[in-house]
Ligand binder design. Structure first.
Ligand SMILES: [Zn+2]
Length: 247
């Protein structure tokens, strides 16, 4: 997977017509090799970013922060040290720690983080956790997984990364595989993709599910799929095959 594909995904996510991210909102990243990844630099716009707007970063200094081998106060030094090109004026976003963690520990190849209006209207409501933990229709299960990880509001930066890691690990323990969607209360959506196209498809399906959920709440009470039905859809060989075709 190339940086060009990440640029293309970023433009798709940052298209103003999609209402997923405006101005400097949101960020994307892509695993480059076992030691490094590309991540959107601070201040760049997803809709217009060029390949020069991405910083190449090393996992190690950031994972040391997350693993307590570096003090949280040394975060800014770790951000500087993680840059492969230390002379580059680009600064990785404050959210770089969760990108590093999700790519390094949770099997993702691509991370797409946005603040979609359709999703955030729910994440800024008392129904946020209900939306995250339930599923309403089969294609939502196929693309977004049997549940989403829900993270209550946390300070951006390390506190958010720590809480996200704890909850993503719980999900992995329960479902036996990493999550595809993480929902941050009062903040936004994170998608863990196996390719830029996969990240795009999961984002689109989550946004559609959010619109359906809001509509269902307006009409009455949403009716959720049962755990059995979700498990049945998710493990069906034809659905697993279909899921692979989407990537
Ligand atoms: Zn954000």
């Amino acid at each position: 997977m190339s940086l060009a594909a990440l640029v293309q995904l970023s433009h798709w996510l940052g298209d103003p017509a999609r209402n997923l991210a405006i101005i400097g909102e949101g960020n994307t990243s892509l695993r480059a090799d076992d030691e490094t990844f590309w991540v959107k630099a601070s201040g760049q716009h997803l809709g217009t970013i060029a390949d020069t707007g991405f910083a190449r970063a090393r996992f190690l200094p950031l994972m040391e922060l997350l693993n307590g081998k570096r003090a949280p106060e040394s975060q800014n030094e770790a951000f500087q040290e993680c840059k492969v090109d230390s002379d580059s004026p680009l600064k990785p976003s404050i959210e770089v720690t969760f990108h590093a963690m999700l790519l390094y520990e949770f099997g993702a190849q691509v991370i797409a983080h946005t603040h979609p209006t359709a999703v955030n209207q729910i994440l800024c409501s008392s129904r946020a956790e209900q939306f995250a933990l339930n599923r309403m229709f089969p294609d939502e299960v196929v693309l977004c997984g049997p549940q989403s990880v829900f993270v209550p509001y946390s300070d951006p930066g390390l506190p958010l990364a720590f809480e996200m890691r704890r909850r993503a690990q719980q999900y992995l323990d329960v479902w036996g595989e990493p999550p595809k969607v993480i929902l941050l209360a009062n903040h936004g959506l994170i998608v863990l993709g196996q390719s830029p196209t996969d990240a795009m498809n999961i984002t689109a399906m989550c946004v559609k599910a959010a619109a359906i959920f809001a509509g269902a709440c307006a009409v009455g009470e949403p009716v959720f799929m049962t755990r059995d039905d979700i498990g049945h859809i998710y493990r069906r060989p034809d659905e697993i095959y279909r899921r692979k075709q989407f990537m």
